[in-house]
Ligand binder design. Sequence first.
Ligand SMILES: Cc1cc2nc3c(=O)[nH]c(=O)nc-3n(C[C@H](O)[C@H](O)[C@H](O)COP(=O)(O)O)c2cc1C
Length: 170
Amino acid sequence: MNFMSRRSIRKYKDIPVEKEKLDELLKVAIVAPTGHNARACEFIVFNNEKDVKKLIGIKKAGAGFLETAQAGIAVVCDTTKAGTWIEDSSIAGYTIQLKAHEMGLGSCWLQLRDRFSPNNEPSDELFSKIVGLPENYRVLCFIALGYADEEKPSYTEKDIDLSKVHYGKF
Ligand SMILES: Cc1cc2nc3c(=O)[nH]c(=O)nc-3n(C[C@H](O)[C@H](O)[C@H](O)COP(=O)(O)O)c2cc1C
């Protein structure tokens, strides 16, 4: 996989995401690493454009791509089973993004934890209501998916800021 060419895609073609591809994404998300091997993450699949559009308005900024996304996977976690639910869900979310990229799909992370709707309602609570999430579960993010309808350049050597790297001490 070319990690340097993965970019967040915020405009998608009007082409559905195949069920087989969604299944592949779910497989790698399910086996992603988790703290204490808790495996408390679960996944809510939005497998068509109409379902994705139900999330429009859930967040006041950075959610415009919901207008064209063709599918998406929300990462939710039973917080009573995993003290590392944020880390576990983050790894699962990024694993989905990397696998999507490998399969030629674009993706973008929609942050829902600690974010708010235009009326200042917590985005994660709105999400829980929409999908009927049990009380012990929290949602971290929704990974929007589809075939890219925008071109974004790959990262290059110029983007690699080695001043961020420290050996042994800061
Ligand atoms: C924790 C996290 C939250 C993010 N939330 C959003 C979001 O709500 N909306 C959005 O458009 N992009 C979101 N992004 C995508 C970032 O803006 C994006 O990764 C960053 O600008 C770098 O661009 P790239 O992914 O193309 O390399 C999020 C990314 C992360 C890791």
